[in-house]
Design a binder for this molecule. Structure first.
Ligand SMILES: [Fe+2]
Length: 410
């Protein structure tokens, strides 16, 4: 279901048509991804059509017959409908293995993969009842000029299929499965923008493979790979998915859903808030406001859920804004995620704004993102005197114990 191979792969056939007086034109050709893996290509200017679009190679007798046929069709169907039927060639793919080729003539093709590296294709032609013998002869000759082992085009298709097969087999045993990816991103920008796909795009092929992967109910290698996060670089984890993860992190904390929040961490994760003079040193070299290992993270959550965490009982009200999210690949298959945060916190008549940036490491576990390292780096120059910074700025500790509150109490 790709239109873009036609001109380059069948260059000699297109040249033959041109020499016989028919100029192939692919300006007005579209492909539609239908639901459930089906697809439709609508091609005008692609080729002559027996009884509908005359080509010089069909001969003068067929020209006269075609003109009469078009008049008859217009009377029977109305001009607009007759033109719609006759002027465009269509290729309808019915998932999973049936093709209706309404090109030179209406052909049905059944595709049957029988073994790795071998696919059988059977084809039949639908012919109108009472078709004159000379038209049938023309039809068969026209078809044979393109398809089959003696055609001017099909052997080049077969060569391409076999070259792809050889390319796939060449990487057998390679450990990096990315070697076996076949890029089908052509026209993706149009698809994302909701624009009509061109026949030279690969939208119809993507539709097939997406539906196929879904049909296998997550058992495919792609679905497995997504779970393992092996193919993140290939559009599987998008920035918007990472943003959703970051927004959820902010929401869970603002709503004090700490158990749910803890579940966004990988077991063994770390949580760090360096001091405001941080120069990139590690937690063993200099002071950190927070340098939690997994046990401490769990202990903090436990503490904050307790009524006896006096500094957060009652809870402070917080409002987190996350922005400027950037996602980078790390060599070990995890993601580095950078973002800016702005946290407003209100409690006990006091307020404070925490500003800074996140520099997280996020791993993919069973298709889900999890914090491996959650690091918040403050932009604030300092904390007010008396600030107790236990879980900041994840959940702000009782900041208002500083001078502001003491002043108010005098
Ligand atoms: Fe082809």
């Amino acid at each position: 279901m790709d239109g873009y191979h036609f001109a380059p792969t069948h260059n000699t056939f297109v040249g033959y048509l041109r020499e016989t007086g028919f100029q192939v034109n692919d300006d007005d050709q579209y492909a539609y991804t239908l639901d459930n893996g089906h697809a439709l290509a609508v091609l005008t200017g692609h080729n002559g059509r027996i009884g509908m679009i005359w080509e010089p190679r069909f001969g003068e007798e067929e020209k006269t017959r075609t003109e009469a046929k078009r008049v008859e069709m217009a009377e029977r169907l109305g001009q607009e409908r007759a033109d719609e039927v006759a002027d465009a060639s269509r290729i309808l793919f019915v998932y999973p293995n049936l093709l209706l080729f309404d090109l030179e003539a209406l052909t049905i093709r059944q595709i049957e993969p029988v073994a790795p590296g071998q696919t059988d294709v059977r084809a039949w032609q639908l012919v109108e009842t009472g078709e004159p013998a000379n038209v049938r002869e023309l039809r068969l000759r026209t078809m044979a000029s393109f398809v089959g082992p003696g055609g001017l085009a099909t052997p080049d298709d077969i060569e391409a299929y076999e070259a792809v097969q050889r390319g796939i087999e060449a990487t057998a045993g390679f450990t990096d499965s990315l070697d076996d990816w076949s890029d089908m991103s052509r026209g993706m920008a149009n698809e994302v923008a909701g624009r009509k796909g061109r026949s030279i795009d690969e939208g119809a092929m993507r539709g097939f493979w997406r539906y196929w992967a879904d049909s296998l109910d997550g058992q495919t290698e792609i679905a497995q790979a997504k779970k393992e996060g092996a193919y993140r670089g290939c559009w599987i984890v998008t920035r918007s998915e990472v943003e959703d993860f970051m927004y959820r992190d902010a929401q869970l904390l603002d709503e004090w859903k700490l158990d749910d929040w803890l579940a966004t961490f990988q077991e063994g994760a770390k949580f760090e808030v360096p001091t405001t003079d941080w120069q990139g040193w590690d937690t063993g070299s200099a002071g950190y406001f927070v340098a939690d290992d997994w046990d401490l993270i769990k202990a903090r959550v436990q503490r904050l859920k307790s009524r006896k965490a006096h500094a957060e009982n009652p809870h402070s009200r917080t409002n987190r804004v996350v922005a400027n999210v950037q996602v980078f690949d790390r060599e070990d298959g995890t993601l580095q995620v950078k973002a800016n945060f702005h946290i407003s916190r209100y409690r006990d008549g006091g307020s404070f704004t925490y500003v800074g940036r996140y520099d997280h490491v996020i791993a993919i576990e069973n298709g889900e993102m999890k914090f491996q390292l959650r690091r918040s780096i403050l932009t604030n120059e300092s904390m007010p005197a008396g600030a107790r910074l236990q879980l900041h700025p994840v959940v702000a500790d009782d900041q208002a114990h500083g001078p502001v509150r003491l002043q108010r109490r005098r």
